[in-house]
Design a binder for this molecule. Structure first.
Ligand SMILES: Nc1nc2c(ncn2[C@@H]2O[C@H](COP(=O)(O)OP(=O)(O)OP(=O)(O)O)[C@@H](O)[C@H]2O)c(=O)[nH]1
Length: 252
């Protein structure tokens, strides 16, 4: 989105045009209408009419476009600060912020949520064989597939490189059920990553290894939850890739 800000020159020209037109109108009316007024009364009336006529015009033609452009710019800055530029998913900062919210809500409502850390398998080969643009296209397509497969209240993010996360709120009140549901979500994401990608007529393949940290069973902060999900993801990589592993307290 391109934001059109009024330049200083435009602001001055617009205000001058408004005042000149209003003043011309007032002078015309004062000359036509046969009022008998002394110079001071005429000057006072002139100033009052000028202020009354020009204020709404200055607001509509100068201040309102400026305020709208400022609001658009602030919206865009906030979007850029919390969005991954390549995939348009939540970036690391947004993920940490949202994860804190999901963690607090899981504990408060005693409903389990889940954090899934997804690392692509064999992604480097795509870059090496078909170039960085092909790798970028795969990342963008993965993001599209993940985004369209999760519920609107869940959030997908990219932590950097070929690592993604999905944060799922309100899975289940029952821990075994929540674990089961999170594993089923992971399976769906793995299947989405396994589907071939088309890049300029080439068929590309990657996979995904997923680590899951169930949220709500203990008080964690976002970084701790990410570390646990990461730990589980490395176990998934070690056990042959293309699978999901749930973090287990007994590992500590
Ligand atoms: N195209 C592209 N490549 C990136 C980007 N960020 C990181 N990479 C590359 O992604 C690769 C990630 O490395 P790895 O995770 O070891 O690759 P992998 O083949 O998936 O390895 P495994 O996870 O062991 O399967 C590196 O080659 C990085 O240079 C990016 O924004 N675009």
């Amino acid at each position: 989105m391109i934001i059109e800000l009024l330049s200083t020159k435009q602001v001055i020209i617009r205000i001058a045009a408004i005042i000149a037109s209003a003043e011309f109108l007032i002078m015309l009316v004062l000359r036509i209408v046969p009022f008998e007024m002394n110079a001071i009364a005429e000057a006072v009336l002139d100033v009052m009419l000028l202020a009354t006529l020009s204020t709404p015009a200055v607001y509509l033609w100068v201040i309102k476009p400026f305020v709208n452009a400022r609001d658009d710019a602030l919206g865009q800055i906030s979007h850029l600060a919390f969005t991954d530029a390549l995939t348009q998913l939540a970036n690391r900062r947004h993920v940490l912020k949202h994860l804190e919210r999901v963690l607090a809500s899981s504990v408060r409502h005693k409903i389990f949520g889940a954090l899934l850390v997804i690392d692509l398998d064999g992604f480097k080969r795509v870059n090496d064989d078909f170039g960085h643009d092909a790798g970028d296209a795969v990342l963008v397509e993965i993001a599209t597939r993940f985004r369209s497969s999760i519920r609107t209240e869940d959030v997908a993010g990219r932590m950097g490189g070929d690592e993604f996360v999905v944060m799922v709120d309100h899975l289940d009140v029952d821990e075994p059920q929540a674990k089961d549901k999170s594993l089923r979500i992971a399976e769906k994401l793995i299947n989405l990553a396994n589907r071939p990608f088309d890049f300029n007529g080439h068929v590309l393949h990657v996979g995904a290894s997923i680590g899951i940290c169930l949220l709500g069973s203990e008080r964690l902060d976002a970084v701790e939850a990410l570390n646990k999900a990461d730990m589980a993801m490395y176990r998934a990589k070690k056990s042959g890739k293309g699978c999901a592993v749930l973090y287990d307290k007994s590992w500590e």
